[in-house]
Each structure stands twice: as structure tokens, then as C-alpha cells.
Write a protein that binds this ligand. Structure first.
Ligand code: CA
Length: 486
């Protein structure tokens, strides 16, 4: 009898151990980052939109964590994406603005001295894909297939047109005027390909296909939709869902988000169908705040928009779902950064980062599980190098300095940053500014020419070394003439 009880106890212990051990313990978690472009803070159902319906995007928040204070590291596309992808403040490597898309410039992107998420995960056996917008360099050395991504379907520049019949430029080398790069044919790895569907649907199709192909090995899918970035273009299938919106631009913007939402639904369904839902971490966020009039977006009660250091520029719709570890339906209100995505996946897949440069993000999982109740970050920073802007935020206090103008806001009572309390709280302002200055000392000057500096007259020049060098020197002279379109 005693012997039988011992055996039964052993079996129970074994069962408890099995149950306590995470599912698929042998296999590290998959990572999916769904990034939208220029989507307003208030333009998702999970942040309260009653005008734009995002039932599938909302599932990520409802079945995981809604991050109410989720930030990106810069209020426009390029630098924000460089921070997200490297897990390091992009100013540490001189990525201060949108890079030129001149393909002869070999340093306009994430420098080879930095590792992006795909490069970090590759040695651990991950297969990585970027589907959609890259914008991290057009020179061959900087393109996705040379930066840790085995699969690329999308475009290299900062924005794109959506209707297949408008994509008729064979290559960036054919571009002779500004914004023509919005009309290049898509790239499938290094080859130009024709598409037949609305661009957002094409990207979703390819994402589903990638998940199905890679379901048996760890993968990282960077699903980088350019929607709802301008130009405002949508198909009737999505427009007809928004007959109640009278403003045509707002209606088209809503329809573009609806197409993304359908894609997110198909991605989540595919995770279920392939049986990898439990072990897949899915982040959803926008690369910067809504630019308001430019694409008819809405940042709700946040002040300002894209390009601003106010909350409307850098606080974005943000949610993360991972059934294996993140409790469903939580609201997380401490400041979180896009920098945390890389730090989270490397911690959860036990990747040794000690040989790499220090990360600025933290593993979010202990915070989201309530195992660590401190704030993930003591302070977050933003440097607007080209515009002379500085910003930092602690739990409640936010400092913005623009040339001689000093601002301090208490976000706990003034989310709209309407009441500048710097005058009566100059000590608090100084603390934040001192922290900023210490951080700023670690940063680099602009490393490459910015978007808008492309000299079209010489873009067809021979690619011999001397001409390329001459052109780079010219481009560097134009560093501060770049435009801030994206
Ligand atoms: Ca953007």
C-alpha cells in the first residue's frame, strides 16, 4: 500500500512538473510585430474609438495586455523603426532622421555595427520575415536579405501607393522625381514582382503564407503595414463599411485601417489553425502618432501629432498578446517603449546578449505578469536633433525643451499637456533636463544624409567609386536640408 502511494505521489509530482513547465518548452516563442504607419492613438477600438472598428486588433489587447502609455522613440517613421528594430535609442548610432532612399549611399540606414531583431534571433535558429515597409536603407548592404531576414516582401522606401495598377516603376534607379518611389513594383527578396490585389491585402496574404511555412520552427515576423500612411487609398470592400463617415478622407482612412484589421484577424486565425497560438508573442503598435490633417487621423485627447514631442507624436496604440505568459485582459499603465520588444524576446528565448551593445529596453513579461510592480523605465527620452527639441518623461512628469522654450507637464492630471507648470516647478524641470543631458552625452551626430537630399540630376551617374564618394560628400553637405514627410 505504501509503495503504491509513493508511486502515485511520483506520478502526481511528474504531472505537476509537466503542467508548470511552459508549453513548447523546447521551442522558444515566436515573435510577431504588427506595425502600422501614422495611425492615431484614438483610432483603435481598444483605445475607445466608436467610429473605426478594429475587432481583430482589439483581440490582441483583450486577450493580452492593453498598454495605455506605449511609446515609440521618435515621432516620425525612420528613427522610430530603427529604435524598435535594434532595441537601442537610434540616436546612439546617429539615426536622427528619415534616411535618403538614394541606393548609392551605403550608410543611410541601420549601420552594420548594430544588430536588428532578425540578426539577434538568427543564431538561435529563428527564421525572420519582413513584410511591408522597410525604410532602413536601400543600398544593397542594408536591404533586409542582408540584415538577418530570409524573407522580404514589400518595398524599401518610406511609403507606397496601394493599387496594383499604379505600381509601374521597375526600380529606384528609374526614379527621376520626388515621391515616384511610392510607385515602384514590390520586391520579393531581391526580385521585382507584380501584384494583383490591394497592397494591404497582399501583405496580409504573404504574412499568412509565411506563418504556415514556418510553423514548425521559431520565427520572427515583422508585418510592417504602410497603412494608414498617405496616400489615402482604399477599395470599395472596405469603404462600404464606413458609409456612416461623411468626410471622405476620414472615411478612406478608416477603410485602410479596416483592411489592416482583417489582415490581423487572418494572422491570429492562422496561429490557431497551425497550433502555435499559445507560444507566439504578438505586438501591435503604430510607428508614430497620427499626423492629423495629413491622413485624417485622430489622437484623441493627446496634444499634437506626428513630428511633435507632445504625446500625440510619440504615444501610440500599443498592445501585446502571448497566451503562454501574459494574462488576458489587463490594462498596463506604466510607460512602456518599443525598445522593449527586442529585450523581451531575447530574455524569453534565453539568448545571450552579453557580447552585444547594451539594450535600452527591458523584458516586459515580469511587469505584465505583476511579478515586478516597479516601473519598467525610470525615464524615457526623445531627441529631436534636427529641430532642436528635447523631451523626457518619468512616471508622471514630462519635460519638453524647444530652443529657449521650457515646458513641464503633469501627465497624471494633464494628459493633454495643456498646462505648462514649469514656472512653479523649475527644480523638477531641472532634474529631468539633467537626466536628458547625461543621456545626450552618449549620442552621436547625424550619421547619414536624410530623405529629400537625393540629387536627382546625378542619380543616373555611373556607380564607379569616385562618383559615389563625390555624391556622398554632396549628400552630407545637405544633411540638414532634409524634409520631414515620413
Ligand atoms: Ca510613420
Amino acid at each position: 500500500m505504501f509503495k503504491i502511494r509513493v508511486i502515485i505521489n511520483s506520478i502526481i509530482t511528474a504531472l505537476v512538473l509537466v503542467a508548470a513547465y511552459p508549453i513548447n518548452a523546447q521551442q522558444p516563442p515566436n515573435l510577431i510585430v504588427i506595425l502600422t504607419d501614422d495611425q492615431g492613438y484614438a483610432d483603435v477600438g481598444f483605445n475607445g474609438s466608436t467610429e473605426i472598428f478594429t475587432p481583430n486588433i482589439d483581440k490582441i489587447a483583450k486577450q493580452g495586455a492593453r498598454i495605455t502609455n506605449g511609446y515609440v522613440t521618435y515621432p516620425v517613421c525612420g528613427p522610430s523603426r530603427a529604435g524598435l528594430l535594434t532595441g537601442r535609442y537610434q540616436d546612439r548610432f546617429g539615426f536622427v532622421g528619415n534616411p535618403t532612399i538614394d541606393p548609392t549611399v551605403n550608410n543611410a540606414g541601420i549601420p552594420l555595427s548594430e544588430k536588428n531583431i532578425a540578426e539577434v534571433l538568427q543564431p538561435a535558429g529563428y527564421a525572420s520575415a519582413i513584410i511591408g515597409k522597410w525604410h532602413m536603407g536601400t543600398h544593397p548592404d542594408l536591404q533586409p536579405n542582408n540584415r538577418g531576414f530570409e524573407h522580404f516582401f514589400g518595398f524599401l522606401s518610406g511609403g507606397h501607393r496601394y493599387f496594383p495598377e499604379e505600381l509601374n516603376i521597375e526600380d529606384l534607379s528609374e526614379v527621376t522625381k520626388k515621391w515616384q518611389w511610392y510607385s515602384t513594383k514590390l520586391l520579393r527578396n531581391k526580385e521585382r514582382v507584380e501584384i494583383t490585389d490591394y497592397l494591404t491585402d497582399e501583405l496580409s496574404n504573404d504574412a499568412v503564407d509565411f506563418i504556415q511555412r514556418k510553423k514548425d520552427q521559431p520565427f520572427f515576423l515583422y508585418l510592417s503595414y504602410n497603412a494608414p500612411h498617405a496616400p489615402l487609398q482604399a477599395t470599395e470592400k472596405y469603404l462600404k463599411r464606413y458609409a456612416h463617415i461623411k468626410d471622405e478622407r476620414r472615411r478612406t482612412y478608416a477603410a485602410m485601417i479596416s483592411a489592416v484589421d482583417d489582415g490581423v484577424g487572418r494572422v491570429l486565425d492562422t496561429l490557431q489553425e497551425t497550433g502555435i497560438d499559445e507560444n507566439t508573442m504578438v505586438f501591435f503598435l503604430s510607428d508614430n502618432g497620427g499626423p492629423l490633417t495629413k491622413n485624417a487621423s485622430n489622437n484623441g485627447e493627446l496634444r499634437g501629432g506626428k513630428g511633435d514631442m507632445f504625446e500625440g507624436g510619440v504615444r501610440v496604440p500599443f498592445a501585446v498578446r502571448w497566451p503562454a505568459k501574459i494574462p488576458a485582459g489587463i490594462d498596463y499603465n506604466q510607460p512602456v517603449s518599443s525598445l522593449d520588444i527586442l529585450a523581451t524576446i531575447v530574455a524569453e528565448s534565453n539568448i545571450d546578449m552579453s557580447a552585444n551593445k547594451p539594450l535600452d529596453g527591458v523584458n516586459l513579461i515580469p511587469y505584465l505578469r505583476g511579478e515586478n510592480n516597479n516601473a519598467p523605465h525610470d525615464v524615457l527620452f526623445w531627441r529631436g536633433y534636427t529641430r532642436g527639441m528635447e523631451a523626457s518623461r518619468t512616471a508622471n512628469a514630462k519635460m519638453i525643451k524647444h530652443k529657449q522654450q521650457k515646458m513641464l507637464f503633469d501627465l497624471s492630471t494633464d494628459i493633454g499637456e495643456s498646462d505648462n507648470i514649469q514656472g512653479n516647478n523649475s527644480d523638477d524641470f531641472d532634474v529631468l533636463q539633467d537626466a536628458y543631458q547625461q543621456w545626450n552625452e552618449q549620442l552621436q551626430e547625424p550619421a547619414f544624409p536624410r530623405l529629400g537630399s537625393w540629387d536627382f540630376k546625378s542619380q543616373n551617374a555611373q556607380s564607379d567609386k569616385s562618383q559615389t564618394e563625390h555624391k556622398q560628400n554632396q549628400s552630407n553637405k545637405n544633411l540638414n536640408k532634409g524634409i520631414n514627410h515620413e
